[in-house]
Design a protein around this ligand. Structure first.
Ligand code: SF4
Length: 435
């Protein structure tokens, strides 16, 4: 059989993020766009989300999707029929590639084996659990619902349900956390033989219960030096256990890197749907033909407000090769639902748009370097950089790179620029040089 060349070409593919902004309770440290006690909004939200997915699919002409990440929030507060309808909407609206990675976040102690089995049957092939700690005092401090014992139980249920690719999230640098409780958390995580581990240093966010307690002197502030020791301990223990670090905060078994998050770190285009979700599109990946003069878009009744929606900019001729857009949806759940379902008819191509910004070449370059340097093994490929921007990295940031190399914070090898191991703890100091 004659197979045409074009049939062999893998289409350019996006990553897709789906935001579910609901949780059973709000954890003490969390300032994500997520809300507890909105159970009565779930079905309206799912309906609106499915509308947005369909509209996005039409607008981007049923693009190929290589990864889906259902995050939040806690996506598994939704029932299986609701999640099924979301993934069905995705299959209609997008060309989900056969090998697509499809991740769902979940919390230990809140999902049964039967639920997880149904979730996997929907096509979800990666589970990410918010374990955070194996110490019950720390879990209580964080306001988590689950005790430590339930982490292993949930993981065992996930394995029986057929899960082959599991991540655990952990947090370190907590007030009153000790090195030995952190060591125990790491050892228990390693013993569970998960494929992927994400470690997050606690960031104290204004407006959270934990921040307020520290401000009232009920708790000491986190100890930054101790947090650095915890990071180094993790680095040692995880390496001994056969996990390779591939990003500043992420370790995995071979071939189990999170493909979805790699899209972000490689600064590649992605679409986000749901309240508050972000999208990023670069000029080269913008299907300009979708919005030419014959496009139904130009007949859209809201033509008068097209500029406000960002459509005019997207429709503009390419004056620069690199400019892209990043946009984010309205954040409030009520406003999101209202906006999408307004008029009860086909919504605007970006019905949930909250705001957007132009990413100029300079910013895209800086973000490509900063995000790429987070990838501790891959780093920034110098030939790929030049191919993307038409200039070598040395031409754009020669003096900065020279200085950081002299400080032993950057190293160049095999045509890649990487952070040195000592720079991983002071990444921000390095990144500032490119802004
Ligand atoms: S479960 Fe996760 S998203 Fe929800 S409140 Fe807790 S930390 Fe935030």
């Amino acid at each position: 059989m004659n197979t045409s060349v074009s049939a062999q070409v893998t289409p350019f593919a996006f990553s897709l993020y789906i935001h579910i902004p609901f949780c059973r309770v709000k954890c003490a440290y969390c300032n994500f766009n997520t809300y507890a006690n909105l159970d009565d909004r779930y079905s309206d939200y799912v309906r609106a989300l499915n509308e947005e997915i369909q509209a996005m699919g039409r607008y981007w002409q049923r693009p190929a999707i290589k990864t889906i990440f259902i995050g939040g929030g806690t996506p598994t507060v939704l029932n299986i029929p609701q999640l099924k309808s979301i993934l069905s909407a995705c299959r209609t609206a997008f060309n989900i590639l056969p090998q697509a990675e499809i991740t769902s976040e979940a919390n230990p102690g809140t999902v049964s084996e039967a639920y997880l089995q149904d979730l996997l049957a929907l096509g979800v092939n990666r589970l990410s659990f918010g374990a955070q700690s194996f110490d019950n005092t720390e879990l209580k401090l964080l306001g988590r619902l689950h005790p430590a014992e339930e982490i292993g139980d949930t993981l065992a249920a996930a394995r029986r349900a057929g899960a082959e690719n599991v991540n655990l999230d952990l947090i370190y640098g907590l007030p009153q956390q000790r090195l030995n409780t952190w060591r125990n958390t790491l050892q228990q995580t390693i013993a569970l033989k998960v494929e992927h581990i994400s470690l997050y240093s606690l960031t104290l966010e204004h407006g959270t219960a934990l921040h307020a307690r520290i401000a009232r002197d009920e708790l000491p502030a986190p100890d930054a030096d101790l947090a650095a020791d915890m990071y180094e301990l993790a680095d040692d223990l995880l390496a001994d256990a056969g996990y390779a670090q591939y990003e500043i905060s992420n370790w995995s078994k071979t071939g189990r890197e999170c493909r979805h998050n790699l899209t972000y770190w490689r600064n590649q285009p992605y679409l986000g749907v749901g309240a508050g979700a972000h999208s990023f599109m670069t000029a080269d990946r913008r299907p300009l033909t979708a919005i030419d003069s014959s496009s139904p878009l130009n007949n859209y009744p809201e033509n008068a407000t097209r500029s406000a929606w960002g459509v005019e900019k997207i429709n503009a001729p390419r004056t620069t090769r690199y400019a892209g857009q990043r946009w984010w949806n309205v954040k409030s759940v009520s406003a999101y639902i209202e906006k999408i379902t307004a008029n009860g008819k086909t919504p605007h191509p970006h019905p949930s748009l909250g705001d957007w910004e132009e990413i100029d070449r300079q910013l895209e370059i800086a973000e490509t370097i900063i995000l790429g340097l987070r990838l501790t093994q891959e780093g920034v490929s110098l030939p790929a950089f030049e191919a993307r921007f038409g200039q070598s990295l040395a031409e754009v940031f020669g003096p900065q790179v020279k200085k950081l190399k002299a400080l032993k914070l950057l190293v160049e090898k095999d045509q890649r620029l990487r952070l040195t191991s000592q720079a991983r703890l002071v990444g921000n100091q390095v990144f500032m040089e490119f802004l």
